[in-house]
Design a binder for this molecule. Structure first.
Ligand code: HEC
Ligand code: HEC
Length: 507
């Protein structure tokens, strides 16, 4: 494999891990009183056992690594990092100045006194890259043509908040990426950076550009299997992968728009919309499929640890995604993890995230929209003040096991959206959770696959027709398809529809 291939592989391999360090002011709360953190043990075998819902076909429900294995994984150092600017916006002499900087590690739990200190340190973890010069390089982000091809929007201050420069060795400046911030930071139309909101950088499309340029088909297929394999599901969602060409695989990924990610454990043909982390504290279930319970701060730490790499070491009915042969678990010394302190700080930071100031006023039209919202029964599921009832809806084709009704909060009906993500992936539980409607004014696309770009499209009845052209994620080679299900609000008179949307934009 050449360097391009390697860069692609590593990007995709790392897609989802995350960390980065920087010193810009965040949205951290200012809580300056003395604070004694009660740091839960992240990998507590007992807490891990009851953490997740079983997979839709429980034959593949993961057996996670043991606490003993987990704590033998070395902790990744977090280096000080620096903003990346879009071409033409970089302060003069910046590159030379970066080359003068000494390498410095920045997370030190011993120096954290107040809750505000912990939250600030959590932002460092949120921003810390875990991948350097892979798959994109310093030369790419400094190249105006790369930006033209990718079409990303820079922030008001000229920065690209999805990337950071890192100095791990004096004189050598690397491009850091795959932080939590990479997928969970948004730049609004006016250039405001909103941390915790779904990213609007087309990572999948940018990565797909590299793919055909020297990535062997064998490596590409091994990667797809590692990231998306769920071989216990019948029929195997990746059946026939051995025959799939490299160009075809690149096309799968190129078809995934910004705000949607072929996250490990999903599938490039039914990827996941990036959810909003602002307000995550109130979410009882995590992931679109409600895969993980969120009972405590410890569970959010477990979510980050699993999704940072540890779930790839789990055995899904004998299938181990991180293993070269998909069977033999690698030695813990070859892996990296966050420390419990880092995960705790990160969770406090996520809990502290605040939405941007909403420019949409609650006027007469919005008030009318609120009446429509009530009249149409939206509040049954999108219950104020969270605008979710925090329940799960079974997807079409899933038979709810009897014990689930006692263990989980399950609505007695399906909303009828595409069941693929919930049935045919490693993250699939047979359910979708009711998402919160807060923040719909600053985020998009909508629906678990991100199939529609706007609320206008979500409430457009034409989306139920097979000749509909989805405005968000469509799928490789797909020109038209129905975005089915969730028929609520599709039969409204035009004025009511507009009013409903106006109301939703005030949330
Ligand atoms: C490559 C992109 C990517 C990276 C990197 C990433 N995430 Fe995510 N995150 C996603 C996607 C996509 C989902 C939705 C997955 C699903 O629904 O199955 C998600 C879901 C979540 C959720 C669940 C939210 C909810 O309400 O359901 C949390 C919490 C979260 N991420 C936190 C983090 C943290 C913390 C990090 C860094 C340690 C991180 N993410 C790194 C893309 C990413
Ligand atoms: C029976 C429960 C239920 C009712 C009633 C309901 N919804 Fe939903 N809503 C859901 C579920 C579940 C989803 C997620 C579906 C998916 O992603 O497949 C959803 C998704 C949405 C989304 C997309 C959110 C996102 O972040 O992608 C919006 C907007 C929405 N609903 C608005 C409404 C409005 C407005 C009404 C009333 C006209 C309504 N819903 C009625 C359960 C419901």
């Amino acid at each position: 494999m050449n360097t391009r291939g390697l860069r692609y592989l590593t990007l995709t391999l790392f897609l989802l891990l995350g960390i980065a360090a920087h010193n810009q002011p965040g949205q951290a709360q200012q809580a300056n009183k003395a604070f004694t953190p009660a740091i839960p043990k992240t990998w507590d075998d007992k807490a891990m056992d009851s953490l997740e819902l079983p997979t839709a076909d429980p034959a593949g429900s993961p057996k996670h690594i043991s606490a003993d294995y987990y704590y033998r994984i070395p902790v990744r150092p977090i280096y000080k990092s620096y903003p990346v600017y879009t071409p033409g916006k970089e302060p003069s002499g910046y590159e030379a100045w970066l080359k003068q900087q000494e390498p410095e590690t920045v997370f030190d739990a011993a120096t954290l006194k107040t809750e505000a200190d912990w939250i600030k340190a959590g932002e460092i973890v949120f921003d810390a890259p875990v991948s350097y010069d892979v798959p994109f390089r310093v030369a790419d982000v400094r190249n105006p043509q790369w930006h033209e091809q990718i079409g990303a929007r820079a922030a008001k201050d000229g920065t690209l908040p999805w990337f950071r420069y890192v100095v791990r060795e004096k004189g050598k400046v690397e491009l850091g990426m795959i932080s939590c911030a990479m997928c969970h930071t948004r730049v609004l139309a006016d250039g405001t950076i909103v941390k915790g909101a779904p990213a609007n950088f087309p990572f999948e499309q940018a990565a797909a550009l590299f793919m055909p340029l020297g990535f062997t088909p064998e490596r590409a297929r091994a990667f797809e299997q590692s990231f998306f394999g769920a071989p216990w599901i019948k029929p195997d969602p990746l059946a026939g992968l051995e025959q799939v060409s490299l160009d075809q695989i690149a096309e799968w990924h190129a078809a995934i728009p910004s705000g949607v990610i072929g996250r490990h454990g999903t599938n490039p043909l039914y990827p996941a919309q990036i959810p909003n982390l602002i307000g995550v504290k109130d979410q009882k279930y995590l992931d679109h499929t409600g895969l993980q319970l969120h009972r405590s701060v410890g569970d959010l730490m477990r979510y980050s640890a699993l999704n940072q790499g540890a779930d790839r070491l789990s055995s899904y009915g004998g299938f181990i995604p991180a293993a070269r042969d998909f069977r033999t678990r690698p030695d813990p010394s070859t892996q990296l993890r966050y420390s419990d302190e880092q995960l705790y700080a990160l969770a406090l930071y996520l809990y502290s995230l605040k939405p941007p100031a909403n420019p949409n006023k609650f006027d007469a039209v919005a008030r009318r929209g609120q009446q429509v919202f009530k009249r149409e029964g939206c509040a049954v599921c999108h219950t104020p003040p969270l605008y979710t009832n925090n329940k799960l809806t079974p997807v079409d084709g899933f038979n709810v096991p009897e014990d689930h009704r006692k263990k989980y909060d399950i609505l007695p009906l399906s909303v009828g959206t595409d069941p693929s993500l919930a049935l045919k992936t490693r993250r699939g539980t047979g359910y979708y959770k009711v998402p919160s409607l807060k923040g719909v004014w600053y985020r998009s696309p909508f629906e678990h696959n991100g199939s529609v770009l706007t609320l206008e499209d979500w409430f457009d009845p034409r989306r139920l027709c097979e000749d509909y052209m989805p405005t968000g994620f469509r799928g490789a080679g797909v020109k038209t398809r129905a975005v089915k299900g969730h028929a609520y609000g599709l039969k409204l008179a035009e004025a009511d529809r507009q009013a409903l949307i106006a109301f939703l934009k005030t949330l």
